[in-house]
Write a protein that binds this ligand. Structure first.
Ligand code: NAD
Length: 329
């Protein structure tokens, strides 16, 4: 499918990835007819002109019908989510996103939507395969037998299967990306839902600006992860929705780092060296997680192109502007 000119709706477009997606779709000639998010509009991370911006709760079925009306393509990114600190302590809220996904699928089917994009997560993967920090990168088949992240991961895995069965039973095509840690400007960097790259940028900046050269790290800092810059995520998302690949695909970086190495990189960008305090009882998620990109490379020729230190430099610079603007307000 060529997305150009298609009537598209972005659900969760007031959020981090959704906000970038709207911009990127418009830049690529997609006819974005509507953007929907539950947050008041002044809390949206990016607001694009020339589209219908709607504040609505997509847990509600009628709102989903209103959202899907006239759409040829739906991008479903709305979810109650955050970093480990949020998802480990809000399992019910995370699972209630099932209402958004279920109602949006029903509405999309009934409104004749041609293609449904679902933003799944690396949290669907079996926890047994993520115990060692020197993790073997996760292949798509590692989601089964199922032992996903409690709460958030179970909901994502269930909703993936809903997409699959809507396609099998009703012919409504879906495309699924399993995002691995996306980061970049215009995301959540404070308030409790932020993820590691944004949190580390903020903590390093706060230490630097306050002159108190200390940083708190969740866990022992040896847990490993990969982080995908938002621009790579945009290219991959569009490649997946336009493709004929019906099964879920990993969309993530495979540049594996420990959290300590992530802090090293941000310290270098900031030009500071901080004393590290490890909070061993803080939520830290699995010990190791990396993305095996064999399939997406083979099927779509996609691979991440932005090195972690380059993406972090942009994220750090943006976070600094946010902190300084907040201090001035
Ligand atoms: P985000 O929290 O910035 O964006 C999600 C948006 O959904 C928010 O703006 C929120 O207000 C909105 N939303 C929540 N409940 C809603 C409701 N009932 N009705 C309408 N809107 C609602 O998160 P993000 O990082 O942009 O993530 C987007 C999607 O990608 C989510 O589905 C998330 O689970 C998935 N994902 C993200 C990452 C990542 O690293 N950021 C990784 C894996 C998967």
């Amino acid at each position: 499918m060529d997305l150009k000119g298609k009537a598209a709706v972005v659900c969760g477009g007031g959020g981090f990835i959704g906000g970038h997606l709207v911009r990127s779709l418009l830049d690529n000639g997609v006819n974005v007819i509507r953007v929907v998010d539950v947050k008041p509009m002044d809390e949206w991370y990016q607001v694009s002109a020339d589209v219908e911006n709607v504040v609505a709760d997509l847990k509600d079925k009628d709102s989903c019908y209103a959202a899907a009306k006239g759409a040829e393509v739906v991008f479903q990114l709305a979810a109650d989510m955050g970093g480990m600190g949020f998802i480990e302590n809000n399992k019910t809220l995370c699972m209630l996103s099932v209402l958004i996904n279920t109602h949006m699928l029903v509405a999309a089917r009934d409104c004749g939507v041609q293609r449904f994009f679902y933003s799944s997560s690396a949290c669907v993967y079996n926890g047994e395969k993520q115990k060692d920090p020197r993790v073997i990168p996760l292949k798509e088949s590692d989601a089964y037998p199922a032992l996903p992240e409690d709460g958030y991961g179970w909901e994502k895995l269930f909703s993936e299967r809903m997409c699959r069965h809507f396609e099998e039973d009703f012919g409504m095509q879906s495309r699924i990306a399993r995002y691995h840690n996306v980061y970049g400007p215009h995301g959540t960097w404070t308030g409790g839902r932020e993820k590691a790259p944004a949190a580390i940028c903020r903590k390093v900046l706060e230490a630097k600006l306050s002159g108190k050269h200390e940083i708190e790290i969740w866990g022992d800092g040896n847990q490993t992860r990969s982080f995908m810059y938002i621009d790579d995520c945009m290219k991959g998302t569009q490649a997946i929705i336009e493709s004929e690949i019906h099964e879920p695909l990993n969309l993530g970086s495979n540049e594996l780092v420990t959290i300590n190495q992530l802090v090293d990189i941000v310290e270098e960008i900031a030009g500071v060296k901080l004393k590290r305090r490890y909070k061993l009882d803080a939520p830290k998620g699995v010990n190791g997680r990396n993305s095996d990109n064999t399939r997406i490379l083979e099927y779509l020729g996609w691979q991440p192109s932005i090195r972690l230190k380059d993406g972090l430099a942009k994220t750090y610079e943006w976070t600094q502007k946010e902190i300084l603007a907040l201090a001035r307000a």
